[in-house]
Design a protein around this ligand. Structure first.
Ligand code: S3P
Length: 166
């Protein structure tokens, strides 16, 4: 089996589900945001502060290029990875893309604990920002091969659904 790539909005549980899925499939797990931060030598929020969103996206595309060369890994991506067509092409060529989704109020509840590390939501109106980004990004997330709604599911259930899809 080729890579399994988890995509989807912030707070949909890509990293947590990815780790457990990798365990179940006995495959290595890679988190692209972790890799980007490690390569940059600073956390994502500092990359945004110092280099802007464009700087972060350039780093993200490089990380995608690297990850697309992996085989039989489980890869968790950042929420904006599908916005770039060449990212989508590369990731699709390397395996199956599963989009994790959640209702906006669930996303907001999960993200509220971690707002400082989520620069795109860390403004005065996080609720409106979540809704705006979700509707802007819907066409990009629709490019995934399959979708699993995580809103009312435990981590175990989410992984079970992903395995069913695979
Ligand atoms: C982003 C999501 C973040 C991170 C960066 C940008 C986005 O990852 O890559 O803050 O554009 O949605 P998570 O989805 O893992 O929070």
């Amino acid at each position: 089996m080729n890579n399994v790539v988890l995509v989807g909005f912030m707070g949909t549980g890509k990293s947590a589900a990815g780790k457990l899925l990798a365990k179940r499939l006995k495959r290595p797990f890679v988190d692209l945001d972790d890799r980007i931060a490690r390569e940059a030598g600073k956390p994502i929020r500092e990359i945004f502060a110092a280099e802007g969103e464009n700087g972060f996206r350039a780093r993200e595309s490089k990380a995608v290029e690297w990850a697309s060369g992996l085989r039989a890994h489980v890869i968790a991506t950042g929420g904006g990875v599908m916005l770039d067509d060449s990212n989508v092409r590369r990731l699709k060529a390397s395996g199956k893309l599963v989009c994790l989704t959640a209702r906006s109020e669930v996303i907001l509840k999960r993200a509220l604990h971690t707002l400082p590390s989520r620069p795109l939501l860390n403004g005065p109106y996080p609720k409106e920002k979540v809704e705006e980004l979700l509707s802007l990004r819907a066409p990009s997330y629709a490019k995934a091969d399959g979708t699993v709604d995580t809103s009312d599911r435990s981590l175990e259930e989410v992984v079970k659904e992903i395995l069913k899809f695979l």
